[in-house]
Design a protein around this ligand. Sequence first.
Ligand code: PEP
Ligand code: CO
Length: 446
Amino acid sequence: MADWSPQTWRDFPAAQQPDWPDEAALAGALDELRAVPPLVFAGEARSLTEALGDAVDGRAFVLQAGDCAESFDAFSANDIRDKLKVILQMAVVLTYGSGVPTVKIGRIAGQFAKPRSSPTEARDGVVLPSFRGDMVNDFAFDATARRPDPTRLVRAYHQSASTLNLLRAFAKGGFADLSRVHAWNLEFLDASIEGRRYEALATEIDRALRFMAACGIDLDAEHQLHQVDFYTSHEALILGYEEALTRLDSLTDQWYDCSAHLLWIGERTHQLDGAHVEFHSGIENPVGVKLGPSTTPEEVLALCERLNPGRRPGRLTLVSRMGAECVTDRLPPLLRAARDHDHPVLWICDPMHGNTFHHESGFKTRDFDDVMRELRGFFVACDDAGVWPGGVHVELTGDDVTECLGGSAGVAGDDLEQRYESECDPRLNARQSLDLAFQTAELLRR
Ligand code: PEP
Ligand code: CO
């Protein structure tokens, strides 16, 4: 790492960066960001690495979840609270089912930038820059809105800070106390199959807690019962932003990207000779890489060597997002390559991004059956390779949206227009999310 610094990515080709029209304004925004306080601390990132290390060899399971893209408009305490509720519910279901701790990581407090398949978007003959996330430009289809605006980088930082502030309060301030396990059930879930199934499980947990208390265990003294560790993550796409928030840890003299605990490299930016791999190779945070169906075993090995040459468990998470059709063929050679070269990779499955399609109504959607099919394929592939299926990575919301098809609520094609609120990819609603957690818990039990 002798030659690495937070700026060295600038010597490599950087895919998916906006064309900032005003260089001076960009420099001003980045100067401002270089001076702001860090969002997370190096010690917290190290704790996450340790927790992920446990998940490499089957002593934990990871739940990474949240929006495809956070938005400046849909920003409220209720929205954050409801997302956290669903994640806590899913974590309880997974922990109860698997018997191992669930490492909880949000796609939140920084998930504001999106890679796009095309740099421009055309509508009725008008061509404008594509929407790249609220950190860069505005979703509305007009020339001013789509102009990349660096003041948005600063606004994204401030929104991340207030989101994280609330998350920390929820995680440590009583809201996440296991005695409130019933209270996490969202009202509109009450009457649903998943809601009732969750209630039954929450009642069993209550009973277990009372049993332990009756045995003389002082539950008040067990702090794990009263608070949770909740970590943040996002795709570290806009490298100027990430560079500005990268700080030298005074304890270890190492560089940490203090914009989130875990940063990941997307499927479109993991070129071995590219700027994103260069940047992530030098930060000490735990890092992830999304891998699509065209990934080769050689690439996996090269990524492992580049991003985790010291073979530290928990440092590198590979996120398989093959699609339900491809997972059975494409994943096993990758699992075997890392395994045979003794790379301690944490393998988790993103069953969303390989299963996106355009419905005839025009909406971008995903079918819950495809999502579950990919997850099952992932579990089988891991099992065959003797590798622990380390976690799931999903896009969800605590709301009752209609963005993904299927699930027991039976969201149909005609329903998509009712509550389609995502500005980017379609998310699982709260019922579909709980359903996924129950089914994943069953896969883990087997
Ligand atoms: C995402 O996670 O929203 C995303 C764009 O994923 P991928 O890089 O896997 O396509
Ligand atoms: Co997405």
